[in-house]
Design a protein. Sequence first.
Length: 394
Amino acid sequence: MEAVLGQVEQLPALLAVSRSALVRDWDPLTIDRALEWARYFQHLHDRFRNRPRLREALGRRLRRGQPGSPLGFSHLGRCPQLLGLALLENRALPPAAYRRLLHNLLQPSDAEADSQSCGLALLARRKAASRLLTLACGPLLSPEGLEPQVQAKAQLLLDRLREEEWQEAAPAEGAAPAEGFAGRLRWLPRALEQLPQPRAFEVVAAALLLLREGSGAEQAGGGGRDGSGLDGNQASGAGDGYVAGPLLSWLLGNPERFSAFCLLLPGSLLASLAGHYPQLSRPYLDLLTGWGRHLLYDPLQGQWLKSCPEEAGLSWEELRERFSCLCQGSVLLREQTQAALKLLKVQDGDFNVCGLSVWTDLLMEVEGMSEERSRALMRERKSNMKTSKSSKSD
């Protein structure tokens, strides 16, 4: 078993090399050997997945000497996909090795023509389609404005968190008393802080969005925790709420970090998160309130300006956009936002004249937008009703 553990310990190095410039020296035979090792690691996953003690030992060995590594036992089951995707992304791979890689992914031998090979072929086809779309349309963005690379990192992070939660639910035989799910996540801050700050915030936001959607598996290729799919992820109801906790704690545990998170990400994305995670809505509103208090009205210019331009915070236009996004969210979030603005307006003197209170002006703006949106919906409904009546008369 020690020999097996030693072999598994080499997986992070294999994946690191596959993403580095060292692959410029690879030939087709090296590609074959690398994929053979990947399939061997997948075999180990399938063999030991139902043996908790060995599963935990393999997971520990994967992370030895790499406390911030997101790799865990479940990633053994997706080794061919992880390696294949890394090599497909690596422009340093020589043409002959690249052709052998595509041949292995798209035209597996009869012995390899199983579900795993189908998964690799699907991976290669999706990668090719992604490249073509990128050439045709520029960088791909999700509906929330997040790049596919960010979503991929978020999915890897969720896989690791789910693995920790899974091990908490099924502890290894003879293991010492569990230190708890939160206690085993000391690697999470280190892993996130290794990323540049904007990217770390994007990855956390993408992970929370994937959990919110509850269909991350279908969007990224489908699969369960057994590693049978391309992402090894399956939304799990209460379990996903359990997984979201550490991400929210990391965000909210440091006021400066949360402030930077809210400054860097767009208002529509933050409103989407606040509408699904109540833990975020109140701190986010409090933060917007603090920024609003630093705005002063300039009667000469007829607009609200930051009292100290050098300080972190939002301009009037940005603040108005953030509150508008919140009021375009769920009914509960809209009511919470409007109630907060009304209370601030009363505390500020309950003025109904523009330019005296930033809260009066913001409330008038968001309520005006809400009324305009309601009128637009009403016009659309009337138009649909006329169209329907006209169709029936015909």
